[in-house]
Design a protein around this ligand. Sequence first.
Ligand SMILES: C[S@@+](CC[C@H](N)C(=O)[O-])C[C@H]1O[C@@H](n2cnc3c(N)ncnc32)[C@H](O)[C@@H]1O
Length: 280
Amino acid sequence: MSAHAKSLRPRFPSQTSANIFLVGASFARQFLGSVLRWWSDNAPSTGLREQRPHRLLQIFAKMCEFVRDSMPDRRRQRYGDMEYDWEHRVDTTSGTTGWRERLLGLFHSPYQPTDAEVFREMMASVPITFCDFTFVDVGSGKGRTLLLASEYPFQKIIGIELMEELHRVAQNNIRAYQNPTQLCRQILSLRIDACDYEFPPDPLLVYLFNPLPERTLVQLLNHLTKSQQEFPRPLWLVYHNPALERVLASYEWLERTGWTEQYSVYRSRQKSEVRNLRSV
Ligand SMILES: C[S@@+](CC[C@H](N)C(=O)[O-])C[C@H]1O[C@@H](n2cnc3c(N)ncnc32)[C@H](O)[C@@H]1O
C-alpha cells in the first residue's frame, strides 16, 4: 500500500464497528424508554414506594421469560402460525421476529399475528357495509390483519405500529402480497405510537388484538371518544382476546353487540342514546 493510500485510512473505528455501535446505542435507548414507560404505566395510583421491589421482581420475571422464550422448543412453537405465510408468500409469523422486538415486546405487548380463520369469523359478526368504512388496526405488527382486511371491500386500511422493524416488515408484506380475491388496495402501515394517532373522520372499524396495557388503552379510548365527539360517525370496534374488557365497558358510548371467549364486538351508540359521551 502506498504512503498516500495509508494516509487516507480512517483513524477512527471502521464503518462497520461504528454502525454496530450506533445500532446498539439506539436499541439501548429504546429499551430504556420501554422499561421506563412500562414502569410508569404500572405505577400504582397510590404511588406507594413499597410497590417498587414488586415491580423490580416483575422486570426480573420478564427477563427470565425472555430467556425461556429463546430456547429451541419455544422458538419452534412460534413457527406454528406460519401456514398463512406459506399460502401468501409473506412474513407475518412471530417465529421470525428478532430478539430485539421480542425483548421490547415484553414491555409493550409481544407481537403475535391474528389467526386468519378467527379474523374472518370476527368480520362476519360485524353487520356493516364494508365499502363505507375505514379499517384501523391498532398495533398492526407485521401487518397480517391488514392483508386479511384487504379481502373485504374497505375504503381504506390503516395499520399503526410502534416498532420500527415490525412496521418495515409490514410495508414489505403489503408490497409483496398477491391474492386474486383482494378487494381493497389502499393499505397503509404507519410507524406511530397508538397514543399519538389521530383517527380519520370516516366511518371506522377499529381492531384491537390486545396491543396495549391498561393505562395506554385508556389514553387511546379517550382519544377515540374525543374524535367521536368531534366527528360523530358509525364506529365499530372489534376487540380480540379481550383481556381488558372492563375498560371498554366503562365507555357508555360503546355498546357491546356480541361476544365469544375470543373476542367482543362493540358499536358506537347514537348521540341521543348516550347521557354522557365521555362517561369514564
Ligand atoms: C398482539 S400484536 C397484534 C398484531 C396484529 N394486530 C395482528 O392481529 O396480527 C400487538 C402489537 O401491538 C404493538 N404495540 C404495542 N404497543 C403499541 C403502541 N403503543 N402503539 C402502537 N402499537 C403498539 C406491538 O408492537 C405488537 O405488534
